[in-house]
Design a protein around this ligand. Sequence first.
Ligand SMILES: [Zn+2]
Length: 307
Amino acid sequence: MTAVRYAGLDLGGTNIKAVVVERESDGEIRVLSRGSHLTHGREGADAVVKRVAGLARATAGEYGVAGVGVGIPGLFDPASGCARLIPNIPGEWVGRPLRGPVETAAGRPVALINDARAFALAESRLGAAHGLGTVVCVTLGTGMGGGVVIGGRLHMGAGTAGEIGHQVLQADGPPCGCGNRGCAEALVGSAAVLRMSGRPSVEEVYEAARMGDERATRTVDHVIRWLTVALVNAHALLAPDAFVVGGGIAAAGRALFGPLEREVRDHVTLGRPEDVRVLPAALGTYAGALGAALAVMEQGKDRAPTR
Ligand SMILES: [Zn+2]
């Protein structure tokens, strides 16, 4: 068996990240290229789908890939390949075909994957949790997404497993974009962090907390407290070998990860606290695109490049 190439695209509100990876005959995965393109979300859903399809076609042609994975910032129907909910890119998304147009343009099999699930797949295979069996991954920025890997495989459940950010942590808490109240995302997503701290960016909140600012420190403590609840609940259910936390919150660095791991250990009463690990994500901003490439690689539909 020779090396086979796959493309991964990660559709975001601002950028579309693109990678090409190559799986060697010994299973080793090598990254051949990475790039970033503007989404131009304001041009509407139709233009955005065309842009993704165009990138897929160009990449498939240039690298002779066997399949294209596309990370979607929301939910889709796996059977039809149509969007169900894409909250952070303007336009009419509900029911819009995603997989079909990209597959037609690329002339290759296309796998769709939620972007947080793609992040989880990549971090568990190639990143912070490489080699671990059960991993719960959290990506925290505007939203709070996640994914669960069990025995090295992404756990999908009936389709949306891993939505750690939509655990209800506070009955009658603040409203969440999903329609519930008191979700983890509504408590620790960047909107809540900016509101609580009165600062314009999450990075500034952590910087101010480092400098000893009282309101910023209170905000960071709030984030650590509620993230702890989210992770402790997930631990009770899944007892993972590790948690991986990434997204915009990675800017917080050790100021967050040290206390967070300590707090989670303090509240894990059933397992051995010393076995609890909270790891910063390792793959950076291309994790989602890498995970999308892994998703199509594992779909088992790959066929030899036709070029
Ligand atoms: Zn929610």
